[in-house]
Design a protein around this ligand. Sequence first.
Ligand SMILES: Cc1cc2nc3c(=O)[nH]c(=O)nc-3n(C[C@H](O)[C@H](O)[C@H](O)COP(=O)(O)OP(=O)(O)OC[C@H]3O[C@@H](n4cnc5c(N)ncnc54)[C@H](O)[C@@H]3O)c2cc1C
Length: 497
Amino acid sequence: MSHIAIVGAGIGGLAAAVKLAALGHRVEVFEGSSFVGGKCRTESIGGYSFDLGPSLFTLPAVYRDLFLKTGKPLEEELELLALDPAFEYRFADGATFVYRGSRGALTESITDAFGATAAHQWQRLLDRGGEMWRVSREPFIQSPIAPLRSMMRRKGVLRDTRIIAPHRTLRSLGRSIVSEPHLRMLIDRYATYTGSDPRKAPSALLTIPYIETTFGAWHIKGGVGSLSLALARRAETLGVTMHLSTEVRTIETSSNAVSGVRLTNGDFYPAEIVISNADATHTFNALLDAPRQAAKLAKAPPSLSGFVLLLGLRGRTPGLGHNTVLFPTDYDAEFDALFGSSPRLIDDPTIYICSPDDAAMRPHADSESWFVLINTPGTTFVDWNNHETVERYKDHVIDLIEQRGMTVRDRIEVCEVRTPADFERENRAPGGGIYGKAGNSRTAALSRTQNGTHIRGLYSVGGSVHPGGGLPMVGIGAEIVCKAIGPADSEVRTTSS
Ligand SMILES: Cc1cc2nc3c(=O)[nH]c(=O)nc-3n(C[C@H](O)[C@H](O)[C@H](O)COP(=O)(O)OP(=O)(O)OC[C@H]3O[C@@H](n4cnc5c(N)ncnc54)[C@H](O)[C@@H]3O)c2cc1C
């Protein structure tokens, strides 16, 4: 049995804690804030409940597997609700399109909106995403990043490389398959799922629509943040000690091996293994003295951040489904503003509205709780502590929604904002970045920070490290780390990567 300290009770830290406790280790989690879940959290305000981070749950198999292997199945802990339609997309030219939850129904709805050729092309796009998923899942996503040389020696590498098309961007491959202009905007949007620019992000992000369509888009009753609470419950059942409001100041090492964690109050907790769930930049800059990694991380720009409006509204909006995206007139102008040399806010952004039809998230049937997300630059580029900027942008976003035919102002019972400055402060996310570093290069996946480190016994999990951000990837990353550590009766294995 090893004594394992985990820095951070985000989804990655919690998932690793559950698994490692089930493998027989003694696990302690140190979380700086007063709540578990990090970005994945549901908050109640004035009788309304809002997800503050993830509002869409995909690839639930990752967490089904974790819950099943460590006790009762996920479905006995949480109620998962399949979303069909998954999304409604509304375009600036008045076109609308409902993204259905099964491939047959989807073909019908694309045919109705944009014609049979467009539907056929979208199926081809999903097939390509599926092929990419099959060849990349086991060797790249569910495994530690291997050195390029050994990857190139893998059997079938030429065929797999042709499928993944590492030389192409999401936009260039997507547009070579799909010619319908509205559907092209949809392809671009998948880059923003990783905080990236479709004109630079890798084509392998075509796996996202494949996963969403094939394995479903899900809501969790009561809010997606319930996943964090369920993981924390499972961890505690398995004997994990959870220290909340307990900030780690340093990860201590001796002879290039971890020796424990030192808290901001000076207390020292010895540990043979330390897993950092903090953002990689924070881990290597602040918790450790690791200038080489810190310098490498400093070169990559942070991912997108977000401006969030939480709206508790009286009454119901006619025709509003669970997930609605209001596309702008000029999508490229938004990408230019977000990813140009001096990122800035724009007047006509894409607006995502999540209005769960979930009785557990609103005070009564005749009300709605909206989570509204706009992609924005983080705190490096916009002064999000400036009250006037925040208020002006809030009013502007409400105006934009009203211009698209939905009444908001007259119905408001709760109206709060969360800005990149809040993400930075509350989740210790550098710059307020939602997904760590932006994946704005075709080889981004291979240059991500690894889960193992150069220090013996030190590992990293979470959205800023391999295999990336979002709930499924973070859960897979935790699994990689737990595999590397192994069960309590095996010797502590270390990584040299
Ligand atoms: C607005 C928004 C919308 C999103 N939408 C989706 C979505 O729809 N679907 C999806 O799958 N994903 C979504 N994501 C991404 C998803 O939330 C993240 O990828 C995931 O939750 C990150 O988990 P993590 O393990 O990296 O931990 P984090 O959430 O980053 O948590 C890290 C934890 O470590 C703690 N910590 C850091 N340093 C210390 C320290 N020194 N001492 C003690 N504790 C420390 C922090 O306080 C924090 O609690 C969204 C994120 C945001 C912000």
